[in-house]
Design a protein around this ligand. Sequence first.
Ligand SMILES: Cc1cc2nc3c(=O)[nH]c(=O)nc-3n(C[C@H](O)[C@H](O)[C@H](O)COP(=O)(O)OP(=O)(O)OC[C@H]3O[C@@H](n4cnc5c(N)ncnc54)[C@H](O)[C@@H]3O)c2cc1C
Length: 382
Amino acid sequence: MDFKFSEEQEMLRRAVREFAEKEIAPHAAEWDEKDYCPVEVIKEMGELGFLGTIVPEEYGGTGMGYTARAVIIEEVSRYSAGLGIAVMTHSLVVAPILNYGTEEQKKKYLPKLATGEYIGGLASTEPSGGSDLVNQQTTAEFKDGKWVINGKKCFITNYDIADVTLLLTKTGVNEKGRPELTAFIVKKETPGFGIGHKEDKLGLRSSSTGDLNITDLKVGEEAVLGGRGEGQKIVLATIGEVGRSGMSAIGLGIIRGCLEEGLKFAKERELYGKPLTNLQAIQFMIAENRMYYEIGKLLTYRATTLKDEGVRCDVESSMAKLHNTEAAVKAAQRTIELMGGYGVINQYPVGRYLRDAMSTISAGGTSQIMEIVIGGDTIKNF
Ligand SMILES: Cc1cc2nc3c(=O)[nH]c(=O)nc-3n(C[C@H](O)[C@H](O)[C@H](O)COP(=O)(O)OP(=O)(O)OC[C@H]3O[C@@H](n4cnc5c(N)ncnc54)[C@H](O)[C@@H]3O)c2cc1C
């Protein structure tokens, strides 16, 4: 077993950390307060190659892979988990185009997505329930040589800023009598692509989340990704491995934020004439946060290392996502306690970390759904 990052990954981490300290940390509280998604920062990240790690060089990316992507998401989420989810979601259209797209689709979209010229999103959740992904009410009918799409999506990250969205639809019923789902690559400017209501979220407020109202949206056969009826497989694999490992990296960034902010506070704050770190009860809290971080790191980067090796990692990604998002909530709560009264003062960022952590739990699948995936696999294979 090799627990070391490569020199290339370490260099990337240093570069992203420097960027995050300069371009993200000073603004994160204001973006949260104003509920503002800083598109200009996402674009800048694209220009620096931070959005193209999973895209091979031949399509304009850096080809550094999923571990590199998680390093970037962790570093961004250390200061702004909201921006972290916007950046994370971008790859939920990149990965499926790369894995299931035709050569024409790859050439058309990947170079622009890799450099941030295009921002991406994925729309599967509907008001009928995100956990019941198969129960799609959005329909696509083939009429006069075009697919005509109608329906409503909700809770879609980047819904208003994504130039390209992967849209999951129902195109019929298959031979087993189950819904036949098909995924379409849709451009924002396509008539019928209606940008709807924006959600006023508890946390992750530096990302925009909202509804898409799709009305008589027409696309040709060239917009179908991976073939008719392949949508369920494509979207489940994308959310299961790319989405959940990405959400785990966001949780990891929040845990590190709690660890570092708590440590800094405890070293500076004096009680009984000595730093707070002298109290054993405070040392226990710091130890718990450190352990959460180290466990989370192992889980996240194990999943992404498997992904980079081409090994299936949906169960590992679910474990990392479940652990890190839940641990982020506990780490934030614990850090607020460690800080005494100061913990609830908004001048400190930890209250935001708690709101962000709470908001990561259902994104990409709830904790109960993670337990179903992990439990099912354990019963069958362990
Ligand atoms: C910040 C944020 C960003 C998001 N971004 C996107 C995005 O970009 N694209 C997108 O498509 N979606 C997105 N989502 C939606 C997200 O994927 C869904 O919220 C999630 O799948 C849960 O769906 P739901 O909210 O409809 O809850 P429901 O599915 O209605 O679940 C309600 C409750 O029932 C429980 N439950 C459901 N099924 C079972 C079961 N079988 N056994 C036990 N308990 C169960 C759940 O755990 C939960 O507690 C986002 C959500 C959030 C909060």
